[in-house]
Structures are given as C-alpha cells and as structure tokens.
Design a protein around this ligand. Structure first.
Ligand code: ACO
Length: 253
C-alpha cells in the first residue's frame, strides 16, 4: 500500500483526524509504536472526544490514497495544576483555570520521514496552544532511546525538564523517559538553583568587566562614562519557532 520511498516531492496537507481515519490510524500505531493502544483511545481520537488531533496526508499520491493518513499527532488538555509539571508553571488565577496540552502520540510512516512532517505537526500544536490564552504549554514524554524524536523536540526548542527512571514498561523491561515542555503565553519555569547561581555569577562577572573597561577607557582616552550595556543573562529564554512556515515549506490547513 505504501510507497517504499518518496522520490517525488510530496504535497502534504494537514487536517483534523476524522472517523474515516480509524483503521489507518490503528494500523500506523500498531506499526510504529512498541505500546499497544486500546480501541477506546482510537475512538476518542477520531471522534474528537477529549482529544485534539491533526492528520498529515499526501494530496499528490497517484494511487488514489491522497486522503490517507501518512502522519498524525494526538493530544489532550490537562489542567496545569493537576499535571506533573504544575511546579513549573507561572500561574495567574485571575484569568481562569490554566491548561496544558499533553501530546499523546506522534508518528509519520517510514516512507514519508525526513520531509519535515513531524516538525510541521508539532509546530501546529504549538501554534494552536499559543492561540489559547489560558494554555501555558505543550508537554510530552519520550522514551530515552528515541533519538530522532529527541532531536525533533530539541530542534523545536522544547526544554527537557526531567528524566524519569523506568517510566515505560515494555515487554517486562523498564525504560527511562524524558519529559519535554514548550512553554507558551508567557509561562516559563522558575529558575533552578543552578540557573540562579549562574545568573548571579555572570551578573557579577559582567559588572566587574564593565567597570574595568570603563576605567580603562577613561584612563586611556579620557572619555566620559559610557552607558552600560545590558548584562548578558544566562537564564533560558523562550524562543518562538517560526510557526508560520515549516522547514519543508508545507503549510498547515
Ligand atoms: N529534507 C531533508 N531532511 C529534512 C527535511 C527536508 N525537507 N525536513 C526535515 N528534515 C530532517 C530533519 O532535520 C530531521 O533530521 P535529524 O533527524 O537529523 O534531526 C529529520 O529530517 C526528521 O525531522 P522531521 O522530518 O520533521 O520528522 P519526521 O517526519 O521524519 O518524523 C518521527 C519524526 C515522528 C520521530 C518519526 O521518526 C516517527 O514516526 N518515529 C516513530 C514514532 C515515534 O518515535 N514517535 C515519537 C514518539 S514521542 C511521542 O509520541 C510523544
């Protein structure tokens, strides 16, 4: 059914998952994940019951399967204060109940990989989350050996905030997981003690440098004091990826 490899440039479109996608969605999950998902999960996805989802399809397929899923992302809303990252969220309860989006599954069929489809799907989730004023972030777990997925989340500027020992149990074997978060709408994690210490050290270092350089300049050239530059800050900043476009040039619809 699937093409062994895509030599032509696919024409990728993104749409919500619908009930017609049920069989294909189940099949891809079976093919690419080591974990078995219950049929209730798939029913919830295709019917949009408590789950938001996006499908990727290749409209340029010559075989009549141009609306068949070749990639997907599924996610659900979680109340921030009931989530496992409640300690990392900046709350402003005057506005209402803060939420997070938890990514449940993400997959691209093998023959369509390395075309930026996963990147577009996750960028779409971030864009969706950013448009919801009470949403504070997007987070997910990824098994510690899944390097392609880890590279993807790093590239998209997710922050790896935790390593969870033995989080997954697969065929009676435990595997660690990484917890990745992308903060949106001004939310960001409080500084860890290490970050605070680094900030103080850098602030002092830059302060001393700035004074020393001013003294040197004043001595050397007799110039007046320069307006000090902002101190370099080592605290992590939230960098928004360009959500309006994807690396592959495919647009979300
Ligand atoms: N030309 C060439 N290379 C490209 C292009 C392009 N146009 N666009 C992107 N790439 C490269 C990226 O730079 C990236 O390179 P890297 O691996 O060296 O970092 C690579 O292609 C993959 O990026 P994408 O194309 O955006 O990702 P892809 O669509 O291949 O999907 C995924 C990645 C989802 C991890 C896929 O491998 C997969 O389905 N794996 C099995 C299931 C899985 O592991 N899912 C994630 C589990 S975590 C979770 O579900 C929460």
């Amino acid at each position: 059914m699937e093409e062994p490899g895509i030599s032509r440039r696919p024409s990728i479109y993104y749409r919500p998952i619908n009930p017609n996608d049920l069989d294909r969605l189940e099949q891809i999950h079976r093919d690419i994940f080591p974990i078995k998902y219950e049929s209730e999960f798939f029913q919830s996805v295709v019917n949009g019951v408590g789950i938001v989802s996006w499908a990727a399809v290749d409209r340029s397929r010559p075989d009549g399967h141009c609306d068949e899923l070749i990639g997907f992302v599924t996610a659900k809303f979680v109340l921030a204060k009931e989530s496992e990252i409640d300690d990392l969220i900046c709350y402003d309860s005057s506005q209402g109940e803060e939420t997070l989006i938890y990514i449940l599954t993400l997959g691209v069929v093998e023959s369509y990989r390395n075309h930026g489809i996963a990147m577009s799907l996750i960028s779409g989730v971030i864009r969706y989350a950013s448009g919801l004023s009470l949403c504070r972030g997007v987070y997910l777990h990824v098994i510690a050996y899944n390097n392609p997925a880890i590279r993807l989340y790093n590239r998209l500027m997710f922050r790896c905030v935790r390593r969870l020992n033995g989080f997954y149990l697969i065929k009676r074997q435990h595997f660690d997981a990484f917890l990745f978060v992308y903060f949106v709408n001004g939310s960001r994690s409080p500084c860890s003690p290490l970050e605070v210490a680094m900030f103080v050290v850098n602030y002092m270092k830059n302060g001393i440098k700035s004074v020393a350089s001013k003294l040197t300049r004043k001595e050397e050239k007799g110039l007046k004091w320069l307006v000090p530059k902002d101190t370099d800050c080592v605290l992590p900043t939230q960098t928004e990826p360009n959500l309006g476009s994807s690396s592959s040039g495919y647009g979300l619809i």
